[in-house]
Design a protein around this ligand. Structure first.
Ligand SMILES: NC(=O)c1ccc[n+]([C@@H]2O[C@H](COP(=O)([O-])OP(=O)(O)OC[C@H]3O[C@@H](n4cnc5c(N)ncnc54)[C@H](OP(=O)(O)O)[C@@H]3O)[C@@H](O)[C@H]2O)c1
Ligand SMILES: *[C@@H]1O[C@H](CO)[C@@H](O)[C@H](O)[C@H]1NC(C)=O
Ligand SMILES: *[C@@H]1O[C@H](CO)[C@@H](O)[C@H](O)[C@H]1NC(C)=O
Length: 333
């Protein structure tokens, strides 16, 4: 009896190891962006800028969208330098506030397709993070994040979906966050908009899949970008300490993985061990990209749920400690 239990356990572990290796090292058939039009919102900075550079290296015609013209112009030149073949590739920029008004976005995207060709890949990277406890979050910050993070992505996707479906090819990437998998102290507004992107991605994945259009949800950890530096300024101590559970990554690593996962048609795109753990434990009713991935998630979820409890308890401890410290400081004043 004991022997068979042992054999079953070893077999189970071996299967998981096999699935892990296959998942990590097996590359699905990759799509190709050479001579195709790739559009990146938020392409003038951070993760989006690195995605634009990678697309140019792969031979795509690239358009970056953001508001600040000076930064767009400077980044455009950087992207031009990265082009695989400068004589045939085109790089353009479009100055547009994607979250302000749908009609503007629709018109700008239609004009862009006329001048630069049909959009084959849309990468939504524009986004912003302002932290603060719910009582400290101004309605202005809340509206800003809803407009840029959620409505901006919704508008751009809505503006391209019909034509992508009609051409029976295309890729849409939404840049959400690891904070779309769990709520975090100090992120009530930011997390809400990033959770919303997950609902959007899962819904359109179901709508577009029959039309050969793939959807990828990128979930970056803390990434060393100008946006992250700005976010640090508003971060409560608790949020900073909780975030330290994961280490800071560079934007080129996130962009590289985002691009590869999108070309492979994967739904989730994450970097690092924490990213893998988080998407596995939260996979629930999300789309799966392969049987291998499904089996891996199914066999690890229960155990990882217990691991998640240790993280949650450590976060609660951080919050209680900060509260005590503040109370003591108040008393000593
Ligand atoms: N960095 C991180 O730690 C991290 C972690 C998780 C998720 N993310 C997400 O990843 C994405 C990229 O982050 P990042 O840190 O690379 O950002 P970033 O350096 O702040 O760059 C943001 C980009 O979005 C553009 N943008 C902002 N508002 C816009 C608007 N209304 N219309 C059009 N463009 C707009 C910005 O240009 P203009 O200001 O000129 O418009 C800029 O090009 C964001 O969605 C962010 O939430 C980042
Ligand atoms: C990319 O730009 C070149 C011109 O430089 C053009 O010949 C080609 O058709 C463009 N590709 C798309 C998909 O529009
Ligand atoms: C799906 O799109 C890819 C390019 O993204 C293309 O190579 C393939 O032929 C398309 N398949 C169908 C059935 O249209």
């Amino acid at each position: 009896m004991g022997v068979w239990l042992g054999v079953a356990l070893v077999a189970f572990v071996l299967i998981i190891v096999f699935l892990l290796i296959k998942q990590l090292f097996w590359n699905a058939q990759l799509k190709n962006v050479k001579n195709k039009h790739v559009v990146i919102t938020g392409g003038s900075s951070g993760i989006g800028k690195h995605v634009a550079i990678i697309a140019a290296k792969h031979g795509a015609n690239v358009t970056i969208i953001a508001r600040d013209i000076q930064r767009l112009e400077a980044t455009k030149n950087e992207i031009l330098h990265a082009c695989e073949n400068k004589d045939v590739q085109r790089v353009e920029y479009l100055s547009l506030d994607i979250g302000a008004n749908y009609e503007n976005v629709e018109k700008a995207v239609a004009d862009l397709e006329r001048t630069m060709g049909p959009i084959y890949m849309l990468v939504n990277c524009a986004g912003t993070a302002i932290c603060g406890k719910i009582e400290d979050t101004t309605l202005d910050s809340l509206n800003k994040m809803i407009n840029i993070n959620f409505l901006g992505a919704y508008y751009c996707i809505k503006a391209v979906a019909q034509r992508m479906k009609a051409s029976r090819e295309g890729m849409i990437v939404l840049t959400s966050s690891q904070a779309a998998m769990l709520g975090i102290f100090g992120y009530s507004a930011y997390c809400s908009t990033k959770f919303a992107l997950r609902g959007l991605a899962e819904s359109i994945a179901m709508e577009l899949q029959p039309y050969n259009v793939s959807v990828t949800l990128c979930l970056p950890p803390d990434t060393d970008t100008p946006g992250f530096a700005a976010e640090e300024l508003s971060k409560p101590l608790e949020t900073r300490l909780i975030s330290q559970a994961a280490k800071l990554v560079t934007p080129d690593v996130v962009a590289d993985k985002l691009f590869k996962d999108a070309l492979a048609g994967k739904f989730f795109s994450t970097v690092g061990f924490e990213g893998f753990i988080l998407t596995t434990v939260c996979s629930g009713m999300s789309p799966f990209s392969s049987i291998c991935e499904l089996l891996l998630q199914a066999s690890l979820m229960g155990f990882l749920r217990i691991v998640s409890a240790f993280y949650l308890i450590s976060f609660q401890k951080i919050i209680l400690n900060c509260m005590k410290m503040r109370n003591e400081n108040k008393k000593s004043e």
